[in-house]
Design a protein around this ligand. Sequence first.
Ligand SMILES: C[S@@+](CC[C@H](N)C(=O)[O-])C[C@H]1O[C@@H](n2cnc3c(N)ncnc32)[C@H](O)[C@@H]1O
Length: 344
Amino acid sequence: MSQFGTKKCRRRADAGGLVHLPPNSDFLSCKELVLPWLSPLELANVSGTCKVLSRACASITQRRSLDASRGLEKFSIPFVNSIDPVPYSYFHYAPSQLLHSLDRQPWGSIGGRPSLPDSPNHLYFETVSDSVTLGCSCERCDNGRSCPCLRLDGLEGMDAECGPNCKCELDCGNRLTQGGISVKLKIVRVAGKGWGLFADQPIREGQFICEYTGELIMTKEAQRRQQVYDQLARRGHFSSALLVVREHLPSGMACLRLNIDATRIGNVARFINHSCDGGNLSTVLIRSIGALLPRLCLFSSKYIGQDEELSFSYGESRPRPVSDSSLCFCGSSFCSGSLPSEHT
Ligand SMILES: C[S@@+](CC[C@H](N)C(=O)[O-])C[C@H]1O[C@@H](n2cnc3c(N)ncnc32)[C@H](O)[C@@H]1O
């Protein structure tokens, strides 16, 4: 029997043999449940088995390229590639910071938004307000009078929002950065830089764009991963998204170091490229009252036009051995020629 183009599908059994699947087999009828869980390599393997699965896999690939956020943001965030055949970048989507890893996440299923994990480390918020105020004005918080966000002792000069300790809910005006992304964005393939994040609408100055989410990891683990990423980058096409943020606390005596690794798990912020002139985004560490750690949030630092690339400075470029993976293509007149050695 011919193995391709027939009405039957074949699948490699664990023992290494081939199992023939009739078109109405249980596996084929539940392909839509199984395929969205597969990685691109696994999809490619399944796709090679027969026409029915090849079509199903192609449709999963198309759905994936239509929305990087897997339905977890308000707007779809498509991949756009007119320079090579890569349809999308595969990673696990995290709308908010993660203190632990995800093993698997479905992506590409038909219709319906995925249900969101219900764990204390996943804080997903449904609504967003555009105004920033210090102290909230919710009736639940007695018009702000009893809201803990007004007691900002020790946090003076820092950007604070209502958080887990406040009585107000997600529609509170002082939770600007907790409602996910509220501007239209797209991820575009750029020569020399891999993917980049672009505006898909005009964005006014000072607008909240997104949080930089990923796995929060210890410094030793961050250093270990960075070495692995550097080796992979030297060998070929590999982009890491491990960001190290240092915050000098008001006492001046201590410095907080956050290692956010969005390489495997993160949101669209992992696609923002470096610009030596500081780009068009500014980074702000925001504390939610009652939350232990601040969150790194990105705001537009100037007006950004439709189709303009979003960028910020990863940090100062320090002299280091030049390799293909360290060359900077930001194109600004201040370009130093090489990427900062650590994303700070
Ligand atoms: C946070 S990721 C940004 C998204 C990345 N371009 C991708 O395709 O996934 C950081 C990586 O992007 C690439 N990159 C960022 N800014 C760049 C620039 N100005 N020039 C060249 N490559 C850049 C480098 O490979 C860097 O390690």
